[in-house]
Design a protein around this ligand. Structure first.
Ligand code: NDP
Length: 630
């Protein structure tokens, strides 16, 4: 995004006053003025003089000349005012090619009668009045422009333009942990912001103003606590990014802001909303011509502040209008591309974010289980385990979550490791639960996400756990598996976790016709987000070739090699009564997939026995279903 230069492009039919207003605007802004008509070829001018209207072919090179003029101006970090009729959308696209974010379109509009009068009074211009009708015929009014009524006096018109161009590019609603950090990130990227946070008299006042005062980079932002002024401060079409509590609170807020919005405005929901809610909101708001985009945002507070991974979905047309804003703050992948990409239609962005969180649950649980094994089965202290994890983290097992755990395990409070002082009851905010439900509804055995979620639930059953602790004495035997074996087990289980997670996404894509691109999703998860890792980079490559990780030869071979280590880890953990639901789930999954016969024949027979549900027969290619009177 060019942050220093702007092109003020005044458009409208001939005689609407583009030159007069353009010159006045340029002089007040102290920048250059260019009349687009001066960039016509001699043959175009001759054609117009002879009373023939120009066709699209005649105009093409002329519009490209104006694009070159604008590019050259911006390349020197300066601004300019250009007057140019630019009546058709396709003309404006040629002019703004590669410069979209730096061009402010200003449309001078008025009645044909008024313009005719003005043209008749004009002398020495090559455009005959008779050609005016041809201009009105082809005029496509631009939606995204500052619209100025030409019946106003010139200074009022210029004042209105100055007022409108001074408006904020982006509004942010909700200045909690994430909203505040995203605002700071956008401000550093040079985006002009208006900030809003709800107002509770006597409890929570002037939140936006206080946030602006607390962070120097927000100095140029404006703070609001009434929605009307907030909406008024935003350039049209308005772009509003909501970072508030997901659920009914989001719907309540949408109802509050709706009266202040107009057709073409864009509402973006960055909260962790359920994908079905996002789909409903898109449909509901479409009826009022408001675009709604649901976007997953990952990376926590730090990610929001320095570069999150973002997963937007909804109308592609609306997405194109906000892409530059997402790109301006997103983390960058290894090749320098932003970790943000259009995911697909409906609530697919929030769906993908939900699965991201599911994968995250299992990734966290696998580390926790590995820690528990090294600590309780092998007797290593947290500091030594941190060393082991750190070593793994320097190599192919590098991940943000493993890296974080190294720091966690080194932290002391007084003489104690802080980890030993933290209550062993895990919380959750619901996305793991949604991922489990979605996987189940789609018929995908995402046992590792479910295992991780249920491990958190089990940790909350404090009373029953305590009762059992009194009656079942854990096995205190120690185990002697090598660190290399533990590492191999963790490596295998992580691959299976990713295979299951992406399988949920792939299945949803087919089920809902979303046409999701798994390689792109893996790419935008290689940085900025909580599950970024070296493995994710491998996933990105794998999904370029195959839609299922287990079809990828290199991964298949790796899993085959590692399986015996995963099994050894599970046996060893079970021998000392360690709960390792994610590791065992991954091993069960592998065993089920690779078993000569599954147990499903018994299940089918039982279903037919009590419910006459029928079954199919081995090696029977007829597709027939059978029922037996058992
Ligand atoms: P916080 O609790 O820090 O902030 C929540 C924000 O929502 C506050 O500004 C709060 O206003 C506002 N809010 C709450 N209820 C309402 C309401 N009824 N009307 C208007 N505003 C309301 O949460 P986070 O910043 O952590 O999270 C915000 C959203 O981002 C959530 O949907 C969350 O799931 C999602 N998210 C969070 C991530 C994280 O790591 N924390 C990561 C990715 C997404 P007030 O201050 O007045 O209460």
């Amino acid at each position: 995004m060019n942050q220093n230069g702007k092109i003020y492009l005044l458009m409208g039919v001939s005689g609407s006053g583009k030159t007069t207003i353009g010159q006045l605007l340029a002089s007040q802004l102290r920048i250059d003025f260019f009349d687009g008509d001066d960039f016509h070829s001699v043959s175009n001018i001759e054609k117009m003089k002879s009373g023939q209207p120009l066709d699209d072919h005649d105009r093409h090179d002329w519009l490209k000349n104006i694009n070159t003029l604008a590019s050259k101006t911006l390349a020197t970090n300066t601004s300019a005012v250009i007057a140019c009729s630019a009546l058709k959308k396709q003309y404006r696209e040629i002019i703004s090619a590669n410069l979209k974010e730096s061009i402010i379109w200003i449309y001078l509009h008025g009645s044909k009668e008024l313009i005719q009068q003005r043209m008749a009074a004009r002398q020495n211009h090559y455009m005959p009045v008779a050609l005016l009708q041809s201009q009105f015929d082809i005029l496509e009014i631009p939606n995204e422009s500052i619209k100025i009524d030409i019946s106003l006096d010139p200074q009022t018109m210029v004042n209105t333009i100055l007022q409108e161009t001074n408006k904020s590019t982006l509004g942010i609603v909700g200045l909690g942990v994430m909203g505040k950090s995203l605002a700071r990130n956008w401000a550093r990227a040079g985006v002009k912001l208006s900030l809003y946070n709800r107002f509770v008299k006597g409890v929570e006042e002037q939140v936006a103003e206080k946030t602006i005062q607390a962070y120097p980079e927000l100095e140029k932002a404006s703070g609001f606590e009434d929605l009307q002024s907030f909406a008024h401060a935003l350039a049209k079409p308005r772009i509003i990014f909501m970072m508030i509590k997901a659920g009914k609170e989001t719907d309540v807020f949408i109802d509050e802001i709706l009266p202040h919005l107009e057709a073409g405005d864009i509402l973006i929901d960055g909260g962790n909303s359920h994908y079905a809610d996002t789909k409903n909101r898109i449909t509901r708001l479409e009826k009022q011509q408001i675009h709604f985009i649901g976007t997953g945002v990952s990376g926590g507070e730090k990610g929001a502040l320095y570069g999150p991974s973002m997963m937007p979905s909804g109308s592609f047309e609306a997405y194109q209008k906000i892409e530059h804003l997402l790109y301006s703050i997103a983390a960058k992948d290894k090749n320098g591309s932003p970790c943000a990409a259009y995911i697909g239609p409906e609530g697919s962005g929030h769906f993908v974010k939900m699965v991201h969180n599911g994968i995250e649950y299992a990734e966290m649980q696998l580390i926790a289980e590995t820690y528990a094994y090294l600590r309780y089965a092998q007797g290593l202290d947290p500091y030594r385990i941190a060393q082991v994890f750190d070593e793994w983290n320097q190599g192919s097992l590098h991940s943000y979550l493993l890296d974080s755990t190294v720091h966690i395990l080194q932290k002391k409070e007084g003489d104690d490791y802080l980890i030993d002082l933290i209550l062993d009851v895990a919380g959750n905010k619901g996305t793991g639960n949604w991922a489990t439900i979605a996987a189940s509804e789609l018929g995908i055995p995402a046992g590792m996400i479910t295992g991780a979620l249920f491990a958190r639930y089990v940790s909350t059953l404090k009373e029953s756990v305590r009762n059992l602790r009194q009656t079942i004495i854990p096995n205190s035997k120690t185990s002697q598996l090598s660190i290399e074996t533990v590492k191999a087990a963790y490596t295998a289980a992580r691959i299976i976790n990713h295979q299951q997670g992406f399988l949920i996404i792939r299945t949803a894509s087919l089920e809902f016709n979303w046409n999701l691109d798994l390689a792109t999703i893996a790419r935008i998860w290689t940085n900025g987000c909580i599950i970024r890792s070296t493995l994710m980079e491998k996933m990105m490559v794998a999904f370029h070739e195959h839609q299922d990780l287990f079809e990828y030869e290199e991964i298949k071979q790796e899993i085959t090699l590692l399986k015996s280590k995963l099994k050894a880890f599970c046996i060893s953990s079970l021998e000392v009564d360690l709960p390792i639901p994610c590791h065992t789930s991954s091993l069960d999954y592998l065993n089920s997939l690779s078993a000569m016969y599954s147990t499903a024949n018994i299940i089918q027979a039982q279903r037919d026995f009590f419910g006459a549900h029928t079954y199919q027969k081995m090696n029977d290619t007829s597709g027939a279903f059978y029922h037996t009177e058992w």
